[in-house]
Ligand binder design. Structure first.
Ligand SMILES: CC(=O)CC(=O)O
Length: 248
């Protein structure tokens, strides 16, 4: 293989790359997001500087079903994001993420620095209940439930588009061959070409179980603030480095 061919490879391995080049289009991405209040000191401890906490110690716990994702196929993801501030802008910091498909785990970590681990999340309609579960190493670590389509969200498309457009931030940490943090950055991205297909509110509950390797329960649930179910087509473009711990 020549140098110019090598430099055009989208990802490893060279024979049978794990994922093609982006951007990546997702059709009918279905979200269940349960927002809750946790302890302020935990948010302060877990946010990497220079991100700053907001006054309210909120966490969005998410399940996302992605049945039709270019380059990645069909998979489900579950995780948590913390609303916070970067240089005055309100952003969401992605704290933990668990999914069941290798290519988006590899791409997510290598390109945008998503904190992804392999696990078994599920989002399904069971009778009258939208039900999200997350199993890690054969143990249930999260269960979220929501009344199915109780109330159509007022201002539907525009409000949901605003939520989806918000800047997301990851801590990308990739060691070099010497084991040192060769890449240690805050990376941001914004979804584009958003087409909201439905958006509903309803009652929700969330149960998190302590697990050393999937520590979702390290952010204890103190009060449920709301639950939101929505379906949209979105494009995930490449990201931007907004802070470099080796340079700034
Ligand atoms: C490929 C990605 O990182 C997108 C996702 O799985 O949320």
């Amino acid at each position: 293989m020549r140098r110019d061919q090598i430099l055009k490879l989208p990802s490893m391995p060279a024979s049978g790359p794990s994922y093609p080049a982006g951007p990546y289009r997702f059709i009918n991405r279905e979200f269940m997001v349960i927002t809750y209040e946790t302890d302020r000191e935990i948010i302060v401890e877990q946010l990497p500087e220079p991100l700053e906490p907001l006054d309210e110690p909120l966490v969005h716990y998410e399940w996302i079903k992605m049945p039709d994702s270019s380059g990645f196929g069909s998979y489900t993801e579950s995780g948590m994001v913390v609303p916070c501030r970067f240089k005055g802008e309100e952003v969401n910091f992605v704290v933990q993420m668990y999914l069941d498909d290798d290519p988006p785990i590899a791409a997510g970590r290598e390109i945008w620095g998503f904190p992804k681990k392999y696990a078994h999340p599920k989002l399904e309609i069971v009778k009258d209940t939208l039900t999200g579960t997350l199993e890690y190493a054969n143990q249930l670590v999260a269960m979220g439930t929501m009344g199915y389509k109780h109330e159509s969200m007022a201002g539907n498309g525009a409000r949901t588009t605003a939520i989806l457009t918000k800047t997301q931030v990851n801590l990308k940490l990739i060691p070099g061959v010497d084991g040192q943090p060769e890449i240690c950055q805050l990376v941001s991205y914004n979804l584009t070409d958003i087409k909201v297909k439905g958006s509903w509110l309803g009652p929700g509950r969330l149960h998190l179980v302590p697990h050393v390797n999937a520590p979702v329960a390290d952010f204890p649930v103190r009060r449920i603030v709301g639950a939101h179910h929505f379906v949209a087509d979105v494009t995930l473009p490449y990201g931007r480095t907004i802070y470099d711990y080796n340079v700034d």
